[in-house]
Ligand binder design. Structure first.
Ligand SMILES: [Zn+2]
Length: 358
């Protein structure tokens, strides 16, 4: 067994799986390093070192009435790097493993019990990987990782350099087509879209009175679509440009009726430097679809008011929305009925709606 009290530089190069490192484990389950198995201490049964095995180990003898999902670590997080790559990397093995865990989390590759981006802080990933604050700070300083937010919980995004470090090439990573995000996306945006998707399923799809039959994230408009061939090319710059164009023809979420027509559009808007263009552009994109509902989901009430102001007084063209509200008005109380704006909700409001169900 390595002496964890003296974690030197060399030892940090030593590949050790998350199950061996994690500071969290559900009661009644332990990981046996020598057998690479999850084990039940009561009957010595062994289970595969992945989430399915974890579930069986939890259910083995004397299962607890309730499991705190925070106690269930991400079980498998293999690095797509060989020994030489790891040896030559500017990052320690622990840092690479953390980058990989964050990357997989933002791609939603873990089961919800392991890590759920809608509810779980990435501080959990830090505990699972057992990485020190300093080592994460280095990743931030060196530009491998970006901190998105602390509200509603801590989220990080792996940058292009970070993806390079863990061997995810741009072309492999450019997911395209309905239902897929893209690499320029932040974990924060992934969280917004996923939370909103669950809420729309619950509030629209499961409501027999709603025309919405299904909800599709990252929906690409047919007209003015981008040539998919551009994504297949070897030219990174062309792929990047295509990805940008792609985003401008794409909705974060749509609701389709039984005939496959768009009846609801939703944009998860972040406030950034080009808000005075971005917000009216998104408004126009939604309005062009003539949806029954055009919903805006925003990080905070304050951000919602900034977006409303950008729609009141956009950089180009006429006011998209004439109505104004005092900054103390919660955005969910806006009564606006315009082609590209029927409601605006802060993400915390969306989460509260979900809480009753999840
Ligand atoms: Zn057992």
């Amino acid at each position: 067994m390595p002496d964890t009290d003296e974690e030197g530089e060399d030892e940090d190069r030593e590949p050790r799986a998350i199950l061996e490192r994690t500071n969290r484990m559900p009661p009644g389950v332990f990981y046996d390093v020598t057998k690479d198995a999850l084990c039940c201490p009561d009957c010595d049964s062994r289970y595969d070192p992945e989430i399915g095995g974890m579930r069986r180990a939890i259910e083995c003898c004397d299962p607890p009435a309730e499991i705190d999902p925070d106690d269930v670590p991400v079980c498998a997080c293999p690095l797509p790097l060989d020994e030489d790559d790891i040896e030559e990397s500017d990052c320690s093995y622990t840092q690479l493993l953390f980058l990989q865990a964050v990357y997989k989390a933002m791609q939603q590759h873990f089961e919800r019990l392991e890590y759920d981006i809608v509810w779980d802080s990435m501080l959990r990933l830090q505990e699972y990987v057992d990485i020190e604050d300093d080592a994460i700070d280095d990743l931030l300083d060196e530009g491998y990782l970006r901190k998105d937010c602390d509200h509603p919980h801590r989220l990080y995004t792996v940058t292009a350099d970070g993806r390079d470090a863990i061997g995810v090439t741009y072309r492999e990573g450019v997911a395209h087509g309905h239902g897929k995000g893209d690499l320029g996306e932040s974990s924060y945006h992934v969280m917004l879209v996923e939370a909103t998707k669950r809420w729309l399923k619950q509030s629209r799809v499961e409501d027999p009175d709603s025309p919405v039959a299904r909800v599709v994230p990252y929906f690409e408009l047919q007209e003015g679509g981008v040539d998919a061939a551009a994504f297949m090319g070897t030219d990174d710059e062309a792929a990047e440009q295509a990805a940008e164009e792609f985003a401008s023809h794409r909705f974060d979420l749509v609701g389709l009726n039984g005939d496959g027509e768009v009846v609801l559009t939703l944009e998860a808007e972040r406030v950034n430097h080009d808000l005075w263009r971005a917000a009216p552009d998104d408004y126009d994109k939604m309005a062009a679809c003539k949806p029954d509902e055009a919903i805006w989901v925003v990080p905070t009430q304050k951000a919602g008011h900034e977006i409303l102001q950008a729609l009141n007084d956009p950089a180009d063209g006429e006011s998209r929305v004439e109505k104004t509200y005092a900054e103390t008005t919660p955005t969910q109380q806006f009564r606006i009925d315009e082609p590209g704006f029927t409601a605006m909700y802060p993400v915390s409001w969306v989460q509260n709606q979900l809480e009753s169900d999840e």
